[in-house]
Design a binder for this molecule. Structure first.
Ligand code: FNR
Length: 372
């Protein structure tokens, strides 16, 4: 029986345990998208802290796909070079470096959360003087939460769609050059790919809108393009929103997620990372410990693919139970990794039966001095 500390084999990649740092935007770049000292220390600390997988924040495949001007990016070789020391350090600590490849769609061009998370319209700037831009959307409707200034929005043309697919392919190639071992396509939280998946935001009448097959086309085309350049021995993840939490209307739901997960597995996706929501302010999200785990569990039961569970996991025993009870293959931990960068070491101390084995998980620099 697998538990939280069991290794996880995905293709030729051996992940030392089932604990992953969930992608978390740091909004800490200059407006050039290059990784900074902050990213090196932030991600490096979690690798020291025993995470099996250290996943970057949403990393923009194209400048217009940034949530804020301060997001991390991978749209040039220089971006890959700035990320390379991070992947090297994570590997040195025994962790597996992953990168989340993202396009924020019509949720792009906003100020950072601590500056209010409000749209920056083109020609205007955020408090740091970074300019906004025209955002890309499947349909021309304004994104629901904006009541004041609306972002300039552009309905994606066929050419735009091809550009996004090419940007994902190129980003995957650069991620490989930067030393990443896992690529994750971000198709959740109301960003571009989720906007295409959900009938709430996708009102297109061409091959990319309407029925399930059309709404999922862009995700499938992107996964196919990424898989073409992502080596056969390396794992590919996709993060989805398992549901929009909008049961009162036609929306993206768990039945469609299960169906998509199966399609993705056939295209060579190794793990579906099941989050939820983020598309519309009317969402009725339950919250609380393990609140999204039932979504992951159902995808795991009904689709032929490994799954990651995320959301409200704060305790090693809680994460362990998710794996032991076959609810997910991997547990992604977000905010608790901000509170405790050493969550992985805490888990091995609390769950490992043999204290000597637990001690071995600690970096040699800390072991003799700090391990009890
Ligand atoms: C997030 N989350 C997130 N998700 C994602 O897919 N890409 C991202 O870049 C981010 N950015 C981000 C920043 C910050 C500060 C937080 C707190 C969250 C969501 C995150 O990965 C996770 O799914 C949720 O936080 C729920 O998990 P926890 O925090 O309950 O463990």
């Amino acid at each position: 029986m697998a538990d939280l500390l069991s290794p996880l084999s995905l293709r030729e990649t051996a992940v030392p345990n089932r604990i992953a740092v969930s992608p978390m935007c740091q909004y800490s770049c200059e407006p050039d998208g290059l990784a900074t000292e902050w990213h090196r220390v932030h991600l490096g600390s979690r690798a020291v802290g025993g995470a099996g997988i250290v996943m970057t924040e949403a990393t923009a495949v194209d400048p217009v796909g940034r949530i804020s001007p301060h997001d991390l990016g991978i749209w040039s070789d220089e971006h890959a070079e700035a990320l390379q020391p991070i992947t090297e350090f994570v590997r040195d600590q025994g962790g597996v470096p992953g990168i989340q490849l993202a396009h924020a769609g019509h949720k792009a061009s906003k100020t950072r959360p601590w500056d209010g998370n409000v749209p920056i319209v083109p020609d205007e700037t955020d408090p740091d003087g970074a300019e906004g831009w025209e955002v890309l959307s499947p349909s021309p409707d304004a994104y629901p939460p904006f009541e004041g200034d609306r972002p300039a929005m552009r309905k994606a043309t066929q050419e735009d769609i091809e550009g996004v697919i090419d940007a994902y392919r190129a980003a995957a190639e650069r991620s490989l050059a930067a030393g990443f071992e896992i690529a994750e396509v971000h198709a959740a939280h109301g960003y571009l790919l989720h906007e295409f998946l959900s009938p709430v935001t996708n009102r297109r009448e061409d091959d990319y809108g309407g029925n399930f097959e059309n709404r999922t086309r862009l995700v499938r085309e992107i996964v196919t393009a990424v898989r073409e350049v992502w080596p056969d021995d390396k794992p590919l993840f996709v993060r989805i929103s398992g549901t929009d939490w909008l049961d009162d209307r036609e929306s993206w739901d768990l039945d469609q997620s299960v169906r998509l997960a199966d399609d993705l597995a056939e295209l060579g996706v190794d793990l579906v990372d099941v989050s939820s929501g983020g598309l519309h302010p009317d969402q009725a999200v339950p919250g609380g410990p393990n609140f999204q785990v039932p979504l992951a569990e159902r995808v795991r039961e009904e689709a032929d693919v490994a799954v990651g569970a995320v959301g409200g996991v704060t305790e090693p025993e809680q994460a362990d139970a998710i794996v032991r009870n076959d609810r997910a293959d991997l547990v992604l931990v977000g905010r608790e990794f901000l509170r405790d960068p050493y969550f992985g070491l805490r888990a091995s101390d609390e769950l490992e039966r043999d204290p000597d084995d637990a001690a071995q998980q600690w970096p040699v620099q800390y072991r003799r001095a700090a391990h009890r």
